[in-house]
Design a protein around this ligand. Structure first.
Ligand code: ZN
Length: 413
């Protein structure tokens, strides 16, 4: 996508600010002459940043403002211990609320909605973002936070919640529970706003059907405000993002080269007006693509596709690159497969072995179970080109989680 002239100017303002703040980015951009950046190509030569090196800025090295201006911090954890701390100014908090309000508006929500918020509150940016945006929209927020399924369902009934904000796995858990308790007719939900972890069409259909709601994927990450920076509209052809606040690029995760619109790669984000912690060419490790052309809804905000996985989730088995998205596509094809699966990869007897566990009702009958496992094995061989050990398990046997679900476990290293 061609960079607009005013966007380049906004980025240069951000660059000058981080240089002046003399923190993490000043070090990263050492030797770069900002005034010589005249074109998109010049910009695309700037170094990337990513979570792994943002950690070096711990605790407050990302701050580009004086302490008086910081009103809040959020932090994203990770697997390696040291968190990334993101300072927010009041303007950043207000901007985030505005972005989130736009998302809700695109999802067709109004002041009359009652919004039950189940993502967590605290250092990470989930719950509070969902709340800020709903309040800015003028809807009634019900800030439940995660867990306590009994209370969630009671409030859903008594408060007549119309919108559920949740991770896909928690939405599924609630849907199953509502079904089990036979209380669906007491539930007034119309929409689900689902945090954008990778989730397949099958899971989406199940949640949508069992809760009787329209589902919207909301995208975001703590380093870049939080959730609420992109959402799909009623046409469900990718997620609109707000190009007056953020600049998106798609790169080849291996080479770092910019890719043309429409091609699948890693999303890289540059903030345009963030004060507390501007980000320059931040690698999200999320796999998606920019969808060319205009959406049928007429909105001018450009679109990215739903996130099909993480570059870190990409596993190489027997020389083949495998994304979770491909596995979900196979499960869509496999008659009888539910949306729930787990993959274990290990090195045994001198070679890689990939075991794929899939929930299915077919396990009740030993013959059907065997046939289903054979079908899985064949599909993996023909679609991805890799041999697997198929394992059919009963519905509910694989763990559900309120947080993001890990589905691929690599025990080779
Ligand atoms: Zn649209």
């Amino acid at each position: 996508m061609e960079m607009k002239a005013e966007v380049l100017e906004q980025i240069k303002v951000q660059l000058r600010r981080v240089m002046k703040a003399d923190g993490f980015y000043a070090k990263l951009l050492q030797g770069v002459d900002i005034e010589s950046i005249q074109t998109q190509e010049d910009f695309e030569k700037l170094p990337f940043s990513e979570k792994a090196n943002l950690r070096d800025a711990y605790p407050l090295g990302l701050s580009a403002v004086s302490e008086e201006e910081v009103v809040r911090i959020h932090s994203s954890s990770g697997t390696t211990g040291t968190p990334v701390i993101i300072p927010y100014t009041q303007k950043d908090v207000d901007d985030w609320a505005e972005l989130f309000r736009r998302c809700y508006e695109i999802a067709g929500m109004t002041k009359k909605d009652r919004v039950q918020i189940t993502p967590g509150y605290g250092l990470w940016t989930a719950g509070i973002g969902f709340q800020l945006g709903a309040e800015k929209l003028g809807a009634m927020t019900i800030p439940m936070g995660p867990g306590n399924t009994d209370k969630q369902i009671k409030f859903m009934e008594d408060m007549e919640s119309t919108v559920l904000c949740a991770t896909s796995s928690y939405a599924l858990l609630l849907a199953e529970e509502i079904q089990k308790r036979g209380v669906k007719d007491k539930i007034k939900l119309k929409k689900g706003i689902i945090g954008s972890e990778r989730w397949g069409e099958k899971m989406r259909n199940r949640i949508s059907k069992e809760l009787g709601v329209e589902l919207y994927d909301i995208y975001g990450l703590t380093e870049v405000y939080g959730p609420g920076i992109a959402i799909n509209c009623e046409h469900n052809t990718g997620m609109h993002y707000f190009d007056d606040y953020l600049y998106f690029e798609i790169i080849d995760p291996k080479t770092g080269e910019n890719l043309p619109d429409g091609e699948l790669g890693e999303l890289v984000i540059t903030t345009l007006v963030k004060e507390g912690a501007p980000l320059i060419r931040y690698r999200t490790h999320d796999l998606t693509r920019i969808i060319p052309g205009k959406c049928a809804c007429g909105r001018s905000y450009p679109r990215i596709d739903v996130v099909i996985g993480r570059t870190d989730d990409m596993v190489k088995v027997k020389g083949v690159n495998i994304f979770p998205g491909q596995i979900e596509d196979i499960l869509k094809e496999a008659e009888g497969a539910s949306s729930e699966y787990q993959v274990f990869i290990e090195h045994a007897d001198g070679k890689d072995q990939m075991s794929v566990f899939v929930e299915t009702e077919l396990v009740a009958d030993p013959e059907q179970k065997k046939e289903f496992e054979k079908l899985l094995k064949d599909l993996f061989k023909t679609r991805i080109g890799v041999g697997i050990i198929p394992k059919a398990v009963a519905i509910g046997e694989l763990p559900r989680s309120e947080k993001k679900t890990t589905r691929i476990f690599d025990y080779r290293y």
